[in-house]
Design a protein around this ligand. Structure first.
Ligand SMILES: [Zn+2]
Length: 319
């Protein structure tokens, strides 16, 4: 196992990781959130370790970096993140990295044309009479700016594919001697992703016309990719309580049976969802937009997509 390559930085890091030791001046791929770590792990498998900043249970919308995070970013071979409109905790640290170690996915020319509008933009288009922007009420002291686009880019298999290519290219620049492995990993990821998409499409086809509500506005890319029929979300930012008017509107639709499911998330209290669903026949499911229960290994990203698909399907089909 220990051949000449062990002197390569990547191999040394891998040894540290296998032993589970906290490596001190450890360089690695550092991803902001787990699903981006999943994509990176597919490409970096056997080349360099992947670490994730956001701990399980934390929200991508209001995380603050710990001193150890800042150190990890500084020592990273590569930082993978969405951009300042998603990870508001990152721009300062990212700006201190040299450009070749800073991969901001939303800024990639291959990704930009694939961005979709955020929910508020959608709602403004809709003819429904519900008041928009009810999250923007006075009760929220610190309001996080939400840009024009939905920035949950890891929900898009298409953007994941572009991201994998970009991660591959960055790692290749940094470690040209690992070209064969990086190329093989990218090919494998693309093949696994294509296969997963086919099975997800088949799983969701029978339920794609069933209405439902999600807890927060995270799922637009996935829903669009598979032609699902969301009726709306409880909140744009899960840290902000849904407004009374929004809740009333959702309840009205549930009573009128325009939706068969309401989806909570593992991190967020379902009390508000239970209250809205009370006395209706709507089912309650859970969607995990961050793959909380999955470890960061080579095939985690396709597992993540399949898990989401399964979570949609089991509630929407209702058996
Ligand atoms: Zn989110």
């Amino acid at each position: 196992m220990l051949h000449k390559n062990r002197l390569l930085k990547g191999a040394i890091c891998a040894l540290f990781t296998v032993g589970g030791l906290p490596a001190v001046s450890h360089a690695a791929v550092v991803a902001s959130v787990k699903p981006l770590g999943f994509i990176a792990a597919a490409i970096a498998d056997g080349v360099t370790p992947v670490e994730v900043l956001l701990p399980d249970g934390a929200s991508e919308h209001d995380y603050s970096l710990r001193p150890s995070d800042i150190k990890r970013i500084k020592n990273a071979d590569l930082l993978v993140w969405v951009g300042p409109e998603m990870e508001a905790f990152l721009p300062q640290s990212a700006a201190q990295l040299p450009a070749q170690k800073n991969l901001e996915l939303s800024a990639l020319p291959a990704v930009k044309p694939l961005l979709i509008k955020g929910a508020d933009a959608h709602e403004d288009e809709g003819g429904e009479h519900h008041p928009h922007h009810d999250e923007h009420s006075a009760e929220q002291g610190e309001h996080h700016h939400h840009g024009e686009y939905n920035m949950h880019l890891w929900m898009s298999p298409e953007i994941a594919r572009k991201s994998a290519v970009a991660i591959h290219d960055k790692l290749l620049e940094l470690m040209p001697q690992r070209k064969d492995k990086l190329d093989a990993n990218l090919q494998q990821f693309e093949a696994d992703l294509a296969a997963a998409e086919t099975s997800i499409r088949a799983q969701l086809a029978p339920v794609k016309d069933r209405g439902y509500f999600v807890f927060h506005d995270a799922y637009g890319y996935f829903e669009k990719q598979y032609g699902l029929s969301p009726r709306g979300h409880f909140t744009v930012n899960p840290e902000i309580q849904p407004g009374a008017q929004r809740l009333h509107q959702i309840r009205t639709e549930l009573v009128e049976q325009k939706a068969v499911c309401v989806f909570a998330e593992p991190q967020f209290r379902p009390a508000v969802i239970q209250a809205v669903a009370r006395g209706t026949s709507v089912r309650q499911g859970t969607l995990d937009p961050l793959g909380t229960n999955l470890s960061v290994v080579r095939d985690s990203y396709v597992q993540f997509l399949k898990q989401l698909s399964g979570q949609y399907a089991s509630c929407l089909k209702g058996d």
